[in-house]
Write a protein that binds this ligand. Structure first.
Ligand code: DQA
Length: 144
């Protein structure tokens, strides 16, 4: 099992600033993750929330079950120390993903408080960032 967790505003993909995030919808993202995980032989649970508390609860669930995570923390990336502290408790891989390349955008997006406690970060490849992250987790061979 792999958890794919998405933070605030990502449920609005397709409608949200398409010049930055593309025309594909959140449903397209869910289908892409399911298709990719299926090909790799893994079950996947794809979730999205606008709530920091709910996202942290899902990270706790992943920590307790040693479940690998692909995480797009969205804007929480840049300021949520609570999310960072939750991720720091993990034992399984967690890959931070971004659709856009935050390093090429506004200054406030250049800081990730999550990156230092993630296994690694994949950013700037559109929805393919998730595909690459699922492949990376699969290669790490820690899922059942
Ligand atoms: C994002 C980048 C963040 O800076 C932004 O707040 C998002 C989406 C991305 O996937 O490119 O909501 O995480």
């Amino acid at each position: 099992m792999i958890l794919v967790l998405n933070g605030p505003n990502l449920g609005r993909l397709g409608k949200r600033e398409p010049s930055i995030y593309g025309a594909d919808t959140y449903e397209d993202l869910v289908n892409l993750c399911r298709e990719t995980a299926g090909k790799l032989g893994h079950d996947v649970d794809v979730r999205q929330t606008d709530s920091e508390a709910e996202l942290i609860g899902w990270i706790h669930e992943a920590c307790d079950g040693a479940i690998p995570v692909v995480l797009n923390p969205a804007a929480f990336t840049h300021y949520s120390y609570a999310l960072r502290d939750a991720i720091a408790q993990r034992t399984a891989p967690l890959i931070e993903v971004h659709i856009s390349n935050p390093a090429a955008r506004e200054e406030f997006r250049h800081t990730s408080v999550v990156a230092g406690v993630a296994t690694g970060t994949i950013a700037g490849f559109g929805l393919q960032s998730y595909v690459l992250a699922l492949h990376a987790i699969s290669e790490m061979n820690t899922t059942s």
